[in-house]
Ligand binder design. Sequence first.
Ligand code: PLP
Length: 365
Amino acid sequence: MKFNETLNDITLYEAGKPIELVVREFGIDPSKVVKLASNENPLGTAPSVTKILSENATKAHLYPDDSMHELKESLAKKYSVNPKEIIIGAGSDQVLEFISRSLLSQNDTVLMSKVTFAMYEVYAKQVGAKIVRTPSFIHKVDEFITYYKEHKPKIVYLCIPNNPIGDCLTKKEVFEIIDTIDSDTLVVVDCAYMEYASYKSNDYLITPKDTLKYDNVIYLGTFSKAYGLGGMRVGYGIARSEIIEQIAKMRPPFNISSLSLAAAIEALKADEFLKDSLKLHSEQIVRYEEFAKINGIEYIDSYTNFITYMLDDIYNSSIIADALLKQGVIIRNLASYGLNAIRITIGTAKQNDRFFEAIQPLLKR
Ligand SMILES: *Cc1c(COP(=O)(O)O)cnc(C)c1O
């Protein structure tokens, strides 16, 4: 069988390892496994959301509201935008897929940072587009501007803040890049961790109101991280209605389940849960910074719910990740991104204790 040639160039996305795998492979009690690999909310999901989920279980036989009226209204209110300017995806991942399928043809070019969210590349390659990367592994304004001018890409991906590194451009820097880009290039501003960045400093707060001033920018947000709904698969894109109308042509009907819609709508009301999540995170990430300093590990100042430890030549990220895994601590090895680094999602105090306990014996004194 001959498959589409664009597939030859695509490597399968390596997702964070599930708890079940560690239980199966190392026979560890599931309650002892600590998963700090996928940037999920360690507090789980807001109790009000769990309640709505069980209430909606009796409606499983009904198709969801394909217009997603209520969720769009709630998001429109939250961001002071028009519901026509919103598209909902099964995770913001699916919105990324709609974007590349509606804009890119074979041999078009897209621009992104050297190390960034892996799915930008996958969705672009699926439609035969070429990938251009800036030289630095963090986002640099001058590099984006130079590379944009040189390659005139169809899409520029800005991951604000950047996964899997944790770096973040300020609002001012992001718009410095956007201001140099012509309106026939779409700028994707992926704000999956915006809640964490703006909690840390207001200089990093970007809203859809800001990006809607431009006719060639789309803002992406997700319920998977700060809102604690990774398993529900709900994300969104916000842009001028002319853009939304076009990319919506790629959306399959009923792409969001009725349970997921109900959960997302309720999650937007759970202000206290969001506040608690951000507060816990800001208290706990300091422990990771201190641990790194004490142990001579270099880390990237993080604007996300994870921290990246750069292991330089002292340690090997694959060895460290495997040794932690055997102790039931799942973190992310960044070797597949070409980095000798590990990415750890900030957990609860107890989960973080487990991480420090497990890694300490692996470090030289
Ligand atoms: C997690 C993440 C997403 C999207 O996740 P979904 O669960 O598909 O909404 C998008 N971009 C970045 C950078 C992410 O880390």
